[in-house]
Design a protein around this ligand. Structure first.
Ligand code: G
Ligand code: G
Ligand code: NA
Ligand code: MN
Length: 254
């Protein structure tokens, strides 16, 4: 019943793993990037969804340590893949609000990259609009510093948060990730189609890359291609998988 207590021991007990969901070029069907997604194997409950335990970790003040581990683990894995000749684009890590506002984030990122001998452009950090909307000036400075380092920045769940078009002008991010809520009812839902099409145009005109999340059907992928959205992620291609399986997807495509 007490998830929080169990979470306190989970790191030390080595109960976390990262799985990796491929980001795909919808035309070539090649893997172009990896999103690291945390998995918790609880000793008695089995797998507990991050949708459940991340909010608990955030409230309990445990997300800093868990997030540090995830960043470090993703960088370690990227080094293992590179050493095995498994090459694709970058690896992305989701940041929680507390991590984003942690004054030592930049140092931690620098340390992980240098420890594993990774070029900063191999790492992408996913933040949400809501994180951009609190302490805006500071948030702009944080994104700016990471961007200056050469780390890629993306806006996750784009279109669903507390968002303002002004942020797109102010924040030097690289990628907009269209939230899966807008993809779900494609191609039938004309309003969703219009939203997706408009985000694609907006991104192109502002010089952002764009990727669609939650692509589950061939019809959705086809619609996205007609709107010029070629980067995709979703169960149509692959869920998040363990590192070995991910390497196989890189070799074979999806
Ligand atoms: O992988 P899955 O769909 O079960 O993830 C559920 C939620 O947990 C998503 O919102 C995802 O962004 C979040 N999540 C997964 N891994 C991490 C992580 O390492 N850090 C943070 N902050 N959130 C994560
Ligand atoms: O919040 P974020 O976008 O990081 O959430 C990632 C979550 O989305 C992960 O838990 C992952 O399992 C889930 N996910 C990835 N692809 C799909 C998909 O095609 N459909 C659905 N429903 N969920 C997906
Ligand atoms: Na994400
Ligand atoms: Mn998302």
């Amino acid at each position: 019943v007490n998830l929080e207590n169990d979470l306190r021991h989970a790191l030390a007990e080595g109960q976390f793993r990262l799985n990796y969901q491929p980001k795909i070029d919808g035309i070539s069907r090649k893997v172009v990037a990896a999103e690291a997604l945390i998995r918790w194997k609880h000793p008695t409950r089995g797998n507990v969804s991050p949708a459940l335990f991340i909010p608990v970790a955030e409230r309990a003040g445990l997300i800093g340590a868990i997030g540090d581990w995830a960043l470090q683990e993703a960088c370690r894995q990227m080094r293992l893949w590179l050493d095995d000749g498994i090459e694709f684009g970058c690896i992305s890590v989701n940041l929680s609000p507390a991590q984003f506002h942690d004054a030592s984030l930049k140092q931690k990122v620098e340390r992980s990259l240098s420890q594993w001998g990774l070029s900063p452009s191999l790492l992408e950090l996913e933040i949400t609009e809501t994180m951009m909307a609190t302490e805006v000036d500071r948030a702009i400075a944080i994104v700016g510093e990471l961007g200056q380092m050469g780390v890629r920045m993306s806006i996750d769940d784009f279109g669903t948060g507390y968002s303002s078009l002004a942020y797109l002008k102010l924040f030097p991010v690289n990628v907009l990730k269209i939230d899966r809520a807008f993809i779900k009812e494609l191609p039938g839902n004309r309003k969703d189609g219009a939203i997706v099409s408009s985000i694609a145009t907006l991104a192109a005109n502002l010089g952002f890359e764009v990727i669609a999340e939650g692509v589950e059907t061939q019809a959705q992928a086809g619609f996205l291609l007609t709107k010029g959205v070629t980067l995709m992620q979703g169960f149509l291609f692959s869920p998040a998988v363990p590192p070995d399986e991910f390497a196989q997807l890189v070799r074979t495509g999806v």
